[in-house]
Design a protein around this ligand. Structure first.
Ligand SMILES: Nc1ncnc2c1ncn2[C@@H]1O[C@H](COP(=O)(O)OP(=O)(O)OP(=O)(O)O)[C@@H](O)[C@H]1O
Ligand SMILES: *[C@@H]1O[C@H](CO)[C@@H](O)[C@H](O)[C@H]1NC(C)=O
Ligand SMILES: *[C@@H]1O[C@H](CO)[C@@H](O)[C@H](O)[C@H]1NC(C)=O
Ligand SMILES: *[C@@H]1O[C@H](CO)[C@@H](O)[C@H](O)[C@H]1NC(C)=O
Length: 447
């Protein structure tokens, strides 16, 4: 772009040159050069100012504070000992740091993980009122412990509130927690409870926690220490690289892992239909397998990631809503359908009431077809293969899938059938072993 700008300016100068003398042309060039340098400098400074915060020093400082507080007995978690005492968590690099939200890559007992917290400081989270109350009642001193049922009660309220689920609907999680608590018959220290409370103030943690046992299309929570929780490290999609996720990212270390037999390097083209099938599976999960349908309202490549086994994982769940909350969000005053668009979730304007319908008109699959599949299966990306009958049929199916209309199920089934066929076609790669069990399960403070 810059080059074409320069060329345009050059020709403009040449044109001007007819009338204007050389010296002023030179002046013009100098002025232009100066402003170009100035603008670039500005961009450079700006970029550095913001990336400066996401430094290793800052990350280590933050982790050090977590460990200090762990040693003071302020916070705890199943990751703390490895992080602060045994040195089995190795910090790698900072991934994101803005408005206090901290995301870091690390390696925990050799497993690549991502450490996350919405706020950098433990003290920035609201304290658990229950603990203060107990302080006031002050029975047998500081180490007083709470009944698990109190915790379940608070946790349930917080979760339902956060996810916008009405009370009275069935939410499986707290019941499960309650059962496990009864079985284990143990009580919880205030450090554990304070930590749980800090985690429960992070919508993303709640979301992942609730869906952990229900689907493998969300990132696995592997552990936590205080307000930081560790999720599995995944290969995220990129805005600038529309068509595919890069699996190389999955190994944090630059040295390639020793190739086991099945670790055949899949080319991007082999991966696409497999990843697409996993997208379809995810869509079906989110639609049918929870007590409420789950809507994804911000669908773009960088909000999804894949595991080594090519399962698709939703990583940015800020814009994911269960049906009741979705209805709340969509019900707005309106004068036209345009007022009823909430990012990728749209409904219709009822002109008689001037109110948006509470029912979402498009679906997760429609948007995925439009924003992710269409570029993947476009003729430009398919290259020489684009003219083959299977590819043509696939392009048509994706196009149909992206449109809002009737016969959704038929379209979906056709799309799946075509993708399966495509996978089988290049089936030089047999059984993609679906077994990538992460060694241990995060026990959320051993509930
Ligand atoms: N499990 C993961 N594995 C690898 N990288 C991750 C993982 N989770 C997040 N990231 C990366 O960390 C960065 C920030 O993560 P995250 O999406 O949580 O931040 P965010 O600010 O909420 O995103 P957005 O601004 O899009 O809402 C992203 O660039 C993402 O690619
Ligand atoms: C976090 O705590 C440190 C040390 O107590 C402090 O310097 C910093 O300003 C705090 N950050 C925020 C965002 O509160
Ligand atoms: C909710 O739970 C109750 C009691 O366990 C059960 O009878 C009911 O069928 C459940 N409702 C739904 C919608 O799952
Ligand atoms: C929406 O419309 C109703 C009546 O039509 C009005 O009472 C209400 O204030 C409006 N809400 C907003 C947010 O404009």
């Amino acid at each position: 772009m810059r080059r074409s700008l320069r060329r345009a300016l050059g020709s403009a100068l040449r044109w001007l040159g007819v009338k204007v003398c050389r010296r002023s042309a030179l002046l013009l060039v100098l002025v232009w050069l100066a402003s170009w340098l100035f603008l670039n400098g500005l961009v450079f400074v700006h970029r550095n100012m913001f990336s400066d915060f996401c430094t290793d020093d800052k990350s280590k400082e933050i982790l050090q504070r977590v460990c200090d507080e762990y040693q003071q007995g302020v916070l705890s978690g199943d990751l703390c000992d490895d992080l602060c005492v045994a040195g089995r968590v190795e910090y790698k690099r900072c991934l994101y740091y803005e408005n206090g939200k901290k995301v870091m890559a690390a390696s925990w007992r050799g497993v690549p993980v991502v450490l996350k917290s919405k706020l950098e400081n433990f003290s920035s989270y609201e304290a658990l009122a229950l603990l203060e109350y107990q302080d006031g009642a002050g029975g047998t001193g500081g180490e007083e412990e709470l009944s698990p049922l109190d915790v379940v009660f608070y946790a349930t309220l917080e979760i339902k509130n956060s996810l916008g689920l009405e009370t009275g609907t069935n939410l499986t999680l707290p019941r499960l927690w309650g059962q496990r608590m009864k079985e284990s018959e143990r009580t919880y220290s205030r450090a554990e409870l304070a930590s749980l409370w800090a985690l429960l103030q992070q919508e993303e943690y709640i979301f992942l926690r609730v869906l952990q046992d229900l689907t493998h299309h969300v990132a696995k929570i592997l552990g936590s220490c205080g307000h930081f929780y560790a999720v599995e490290f995944l290969a995220a999609g990129h805005a600038w690289d529309q068509h595919i996720f890069s699996l190389e990212e999955l190994s944090l270390s630059p040295t390639p892992s020793p190739t086991r037999g099945q670790d055949k390097t899949l080319t991007a083209r082999d991966m696409v239909p497999r990843v697409a099938l996993s997208f379809l599976e995810m869509v079906e999960h989110f639609e049918n397998d929870f007590s409420h349908r789950l809507h994804l309202c911000d669908i773009k490549p960088e909000n999804f990631a894949i595991r080594k086994d090519l399962t698709v994982v939703a990583i940015d769940v800020d814009m994911a809503f269960f049906e009741p909350k979705m209805r709340d969000i969509l019900e707005q005053n309106c004068t036209s359908d345009n007022d009823c668009n909430f990012f990728d979730c749209i409904s219709k304007c009822d002109r008689t009431k001037n109110r948006c319908g509470s029912k979402r008109q498009n679906s997760n699959l429609q948007v995925i077809c439009e924003k992710i599949f269409r570029p993947w299966f476009s003729p430009t990306l398919l290259g020489a293969k684009a003219g083959l009958p299977l590819q043509v049929a696939l392009q048509r199916a994706v196009q149909e899938c992206a449109e809002i209309g009737e016969g959704r199920r038929a379209v979906r089934q056709q799309l799946r059938a075509l993708l399966v066929e495509l996978v089988q076609e290049d089936s030089g790669n047999p059984g993609d072993g679906q077994e990538h069990k992460m060694g241990r399960v995060h026990t959320a403070l051993n509930f």
